[in-house]
Design a binder for this molecule. Structure first.
Ligand code: SF4
Ligand code: SF4
Length: 177
């Protein structure tokens, strides 16, 4: 079992429903975010192409954030989900510095917080909060190790990319382009 997520950038309209759902579900303090929307424009006028992406922690296979953590607060959980134990975190911010994706933030209560793929919801058989509210159904979550899962079939049949692959972190968030 290896959890991953695919984002169909052709279907994302940038509404931020996923961001609001995450903030509500995970009690993310005002002014902080576990997921966010990025807009990029490619090409030259008049042939411009707008890409909208719902971004979050990539739950990487090769994790500098876990390696640099001096206390073991950052760890690799079930299904490859990268998590933080707040009670073991000393707020040194080494993991924040090490992440090429700026996917972590310092919670005002002094520990680092980030996307957990809503594993508390997964345990109840629910979708992640972001997946459950996306009005265009552009977010796909599942087992990328299982060739018959919806996400694996989607990735096998569509051109996709990861972000900053040159960082060598082996992200498990895939963007269909
Ligand atoms: Fe760690 Fe950043 Fe990769 Fe998430 S995106 S697993 S925080 S290196
Ligand atoms: Fe580990 Fe917390 Fe330091 Fe991050 S801020 S490296 S989770 S102790």
């Amino acid at each position: 079992m290896r959890y991953g997520m695919a984002v169909d950038t052709n279907k994302c309209v940038g509404c931020s429903d996923c961001v609001v759902a995450c903030q509500t579900e995970n009690n993310v303090p005002l002014g902080y975010a576990r997921d966010w929307i990025v807009e990029t424009v490619d090409g030259t006028y008049p042939n411009l192409f707008l890409e909208l992406r719902s971004e979050r922690c990539n739950h990487c296979d090769n994790t500098p954030c876990v390696r640099v953590c001096p206390t073991g607060a950052s760890f690799i959980g079930d299904g490859g989900i990268i998590k933080v134990k707040p009670n073991k975190c000393i707020g040194c911010a080494a993991c924040i510095e090490s992440c090429p994706y700026d996917a972590r933030y310092m919670h005002p209560n002094g520990y680092v917080d980030k996307c957990t793929f809503c594993d508390h919801r997964l345990a109840e058989g629910l979708d992640t909060a972001c997946v459950s509210v996306c009005p265009t159904k552009c977010l796909y979550f599942g087992d990328v190790d299982d060739p018959n899962s919806e996400i694996s079939i989607l990735l096998a049949n569509n051109k996709h990319k990861t972000l900053i692959p040159e960082a060598g972190t082996k992200p498990q968030l895939f963007y269909i382009v």
